[in-house]
Design a protein around this ligand. Structure first.
Ligand SMILES: [Zn+2]
Length: 130
């Protein structure tokens, strides 16, 4: 989904999601023309949570997912580790549920040696919410 991107790229991805959410609300209202303001709000609230979850994932994942230009070295044998892929993990936030991504590397020699280099999301999740 979101790899490190420019700020403009992150913004464009968010705007696309926001536009989609608005279009869905338009479609919903077309089908429910008699809806009260409270019902419209309830519909918007559901979609807001989804949108915010995606927006925050975009904000965090789009900056830094721990992928490095130089592969990290294995702590056991010193060999350069190989990029394996991105692992996803979910966060249930106050504003929405976000799926964050983390790059990980494995050692070609040592079975089971895996490294997740820290990225901005590590900092984000270790900060306390006050
Ligand atoms: Zn190794």
């Amino acid at each position: 989904m979101s790899r490190p991107q420019s700020r403009a790229g992150r913004e464009a991805a968010f705007m696309k999601e926001a536009k989609r959410m608005y279009e869905q609300l338009e479609e919903w209202y077309d089908k429910h023309p008699q809806a009260s303001f409270g019902e419209i709000e309830a519909e918007a609230r559901k979609r807001r949570r989804e949108l915010m979850g995606k927006a925050l994932a975009q904000l965090v994942n789009g900056r830094d997912v721990g992928a490095q230009v130089e592969a990290p070295q294995c702590e056991k044998c010193g060999e350069g580790m190989e990029f394996e892929g991105y692992r996803k993990w979910g966060i249930h936030g106050l504003e929405g549920d976000s799926e964050l991504e983390r790059a990980y590397y494995v050692c070609p020699n040592c079975k089971g040696e895996t490294v997740f280099p820290p990225g901005s999301e590590t900092e984000v999740t270790s900060r306390s919410l006050e």
